[in-house]
Design a binder for this molecule. Structure first.
Ligand code: STX
Length: 357
């Protein structure tokens, strides 16, 4: 698209690359107080148990349990892929009624080895490894069946898991539906969402421009080369630009604090490397697989929460999923993408409350 060619032109060492600080562009976009209403989430809690599960391939997966040990089992499947970590994810469930299980997917969050390091082997991290890890975690914890909660990539992995093991899933709570079809990846990384957030699209394009990338197609492939460049300065700058694009476009009202929260260089590099590689491979799905196979889920009670103005994961996908799974309760709300959007977190908590029994 045209903005890819704007503003660049001066060839320079990629290590000179200067990315705007998270707040620098805030005067150019719609901003506003972005807050989670104080009573929308349950209060912060600490886990009563945590550990590192050996899932093979030299991989240790961090998990934790919070809430009520004899409560209704639920598993929180985080997004990205690569967006592990954090403590607010525990707060979507009533701790008096739920046994809340959270984990960091391979190579991100507290799981090791971390994707930002040379020790990590990207080839042992695919969707189907993660589906197997969920089963390993379930049996390790002695859980028979559980509620599966996931937003964004967490919805993709939750769907892949439930379509493979439907008998293990009691209910599903899904948000910001994402199924990695070609059209979804093109919208967000090639020619689509950049028309709505051109200032941040320009930041996303800058590392590619520096590398002489041809913007006619395949920005994901272009980034793949940069994120694994031998020069750590190139890889790190690419990691930040890729991740900030997502952070900046994930809230309906631009939030510098949200961008800042995803700007730790190790976090950003791991997030970008894992996402990028999964997207290069289309998630190891056949085109349209997750939606076609959703017919296997029709007996599972489910709520789908979708922000009408979700840029990373536009509403098309939630609507397409709902067409093959009309029994699911689709709640379209005035919001962008993030689980912390006020209208989204309210609906998510209402859904877990409804399923708490
Ligand atoms: N990736 C969308 C996704 O799964 C295209 C996602 N976006 N942000 C997140 O996840 C975090 C909230 C985990 C940072």
């Amino acid at each position: 698209m045209t903005t890819a060619d704007a503003g660049g032109g001066v060839a320079g060492a990629a290590s000179d690359l200067r990315l705007p600080a998270p707040g620098d562009l805030s005067s150019m976009v719609v901003t506003g107080a972005q807050f989670v209403p104080p009573d929308a989430l349950y209060p912060p809690i600490e886990p009563y148990d945590s550990g590192m599960l050996d899932v093979g391939d030299g991989q240790l997966v961090y998990y934790e349990q919070s809430g009520r040990p004899d409560g209704k089992p639920s598993v929180f499947v985080h997004g990205g892929p690569g967006g592990g970590g954090g403590t607010d994810r525990r707060r979507f469930f009533d701790p008096q009624r739920y046994r809340i299980i959270c984990f960091d997917q391979r190579q991100c969050g507290a799981s090791t080895p971390h994707a930002s390091t040379a020790a990590s082997d990207p080839t042992v991290n695919t969707t189907w490894h993660l589906v197997a890890d969920l089963e390993r975690l379930r049996t390790h914890l002695g859980v028979d069946r559980w509620l599966v909660f996931g937003g964004s990539w967490g919805s993709s992995l939750a769907l892949a898991y439930a379509e493979t093991h439907p008998d293990r899933v009691t209910e599903m709570v899904l948000r910001g539906i994402f199924t990695l079809r070609r059209s979804e990846l093109d919208w967000y990384y090639n020619d689509g969402a950049g028309h709505i957030a051109p200032e941040w699209w320009d930041v996303f394009c800058e590392p590619l421009r520096r590398a002489g990338h041809d913007f006619a197609h395949d920005n994901i492939g272009g980034y793949h080369r940069l994120l694994w460049d031998d020069d750590p300065a190139i890889a790190r700058a690419a990691g930040l630009a890729w991740t900030r694009w997502e952070a900046a476009t994930s809230t309906l009202l631009f939030s510098p604090a949200h961008v800042e929260s995803m700007s730790d260089p190790d976090y950003a590099l791991a997030f970008a490397r894992i996402e990028n590689r999964f997207f290069v491979h289309g998630g190891w799905f056949t085109e349209g697989q997750l939606i076609a196979d959703a017919r296997r889920l029709r007996d599972i009670p489910a709520v789908i929460v979708q922000g009408r103005y979700d840029l990373p994961c536009p509403a098309t996908t939630a609507i397409d999923l709902h067409r093959v799974w009309p029994e699911a309760d689709l709640r379209m709300v005035l919001a962008g993408h993030s689980a912390m959007e006020p209208n989204i977190c309210r609906e998510l908590v209402a859904a877990t409350d409804r399923f708490a029994g």
